[in-house]
Design a protein around this ligand. Structure first.
Ligand code: NIG
Ligand code: FE
Length: 416
């Protein structure tokens, strides 16, 4: 037995009964915290917690968390963090006034990333993504979903997914893989969009499923990209191969993304910068998690998704980074929390619920992580000494995450 005891915790946050798998509406700001508490980890799992006066007397290793807060690690349920190269020249184009769609139409954007990826080796992609994983774990991320989608050919999509599989095998982080062949139309199918949809259905999905390379299937269903009809076809094929739908929807316009996502029982619909009252009603009648990506809205100067209205309507919102070279070159969850509080008027506790248990739910990890619950993976972060949990989003751009524990092991320590 290998045990780790965290003592004298100023406040243990996001304590949930094991059967509580997501938080909705008012529940988000009202999760349970325990002041002056301890947390015991045994063999990589949460074994016990409670008031400090009830703490066990010894353990293999003891950490004193006086003045510090303890939370579940962040569950970042939407990233594209396997990519070959940055796109800062497009960043300059954006400063000069070009829109995301104009850059994409000029052969920039996702197609630019696909060109760079086709020339990169699996080892190069693996090493740069591994570096990004260590970067995001230093700000507290312990579970992460990673998408393909910069391949856009059978071989390159498989190459990306094999890199994600290797990442799973070589880190202690919890990783989920999503097949996003339908991220953009490759140049060679510019005038035959349905032909590319057919390639995804006939060749990509069966190969991805045969090799067991993905948990989810995603589509960029939006203005100028895939239509709801094409999305429906791709989802039908994916579901036949046991891939669960997730969706990029309503980032650039209201083009039917939320509707098709809900109709196919998507685990989550993500972005939602353009969301109406009717959409909120539709989401309420579904089990689909609205996942908001405020650092993308920030970077592209889009309107922010209506998180406040969603939560007030009783929805369980998740927050994620969208880490990618085009629209959110950052995997920093604390910054996402700050943006959520400042621009989407989420309360700090709501943002924390959205970034932990609801993020876990959005990627099918709600049974194993995302809360302080007995038996869950010990994916934990310990803050620097703070007075109040609101300090985390308040000091935007700072890293108040001091220690990160993944599966019971300390993987990052920030002593700055
Ligand atoms: O989630 N919206 C589509 N895909 C990414 C952007 C990808 C890129 O520009 O490389 C996103 O924002
Ligand atoms: Fe995305």
């Amino acid at each position: 037995m290998n045990s780790l005891l965290i003592n004298n915790i100023s406040s243990l946050e996001m304590v949930l009964p094991k059967e509580k798998l997501q938080l909705k509406g008012e529940e988000m700001a009202n999760y349970k915290s325990i002041e002056q508490s301890y947390l015991l980890i045994e063999n990589g799992k949460i074994a016990a917690y409670g008031k400090q006066s009830d703490a066990p007397e010894r353990a293999d290793k003891v950490i004193d968390a006086s003045g510090k807060f303890v939370l579940p690690g962040w569950c970042d349920s939407h990233t594209h963090l396997v990519f070959a190269a940055s796109r800062e020249t497009e960043f300059i184009d954006k400063i000069k006034g070009l829109s995301y769609e104009e850059i994409a139409a000029n052969g920039g954007g996702i197609l630019n990333s696909a060109k760079r990826l086709s020339n990169a080796t699996e080892d190069e992609l693996f090493n740069s993504a591994l570096y990004r994983l260590s970067e995001i774990s230093a700000t507290g991320t312990t579970s992460v979903e990673i998408k393909s989608g910069y391949g856009l050919s059978v071989d390159a999509e498989l190459k990306m997914l094999r890199v994600i599989k290797r990442l799973k095998e070589n880190t202690t982080l919890n990783i989920k893989a999503t097949f996003l062949g339908a991220h953009a139309f490759p140049e060679s199918y510019k005038n035959n969009r349905d032909g590319y949809v057919q390639l995804i259905i006939d060749e990509m999905i069966p190969k991805v499923a045969d090799e067991g390379l993905a948990d989810f299937i995603d589509v960029f269903c939006d203005k100028g990209f895939f239509t709801p009809e094409q999305t429906a076809k791709i989802f039908e094929a994916g579901i036949k191969h046991n891939l669960i739908p997730k969706l990029h929807a309503n980032e650039l316009g209201e083009t039917g993304g939320i509707e098709v996502g809900v109709a196919y029982g998507a685990r989550s619909v993500d972005h939602l910068e353009h969301t109406s009252a009717e959409h909120i009603e539709l989401l309420k009648q579904s089990n689909t998690t609205p996942t908001l990506l405020p650092s993308t809205a920030f970077f592209l100067r889009l309107p922010y998704a209506p998180a406040r209205k969603m939560i007030d309507a009783g929805l369980g919102v998740a927050l994620a980074t969208d880490y990618n070279p085009g629209s959110s070159p950052s995997g920093n969850m604390p910054f996402v929390l700050s943006l959520a509080c400042i621009y989407m008027r989420m309360l700090p506790k709501e943002a924390i619920a959205a970034a932990t248990i609801n993020g876990a739910f959005a990627m099918g990890l709600e049974q194993s992580c995302g809360s302080i619950s007995i038996g869950k993976r010990a994916d934990i972060l310990i803050t620097k000494p703070i007075e109040n949990i609101a300090v985390l989003p308040y000091y935007f751009g700072s890293n108040y995450v001091e220690t990160v524990i993944s599966n019971g092991n300390i993987i990052s320590q920030n002593k700055e």
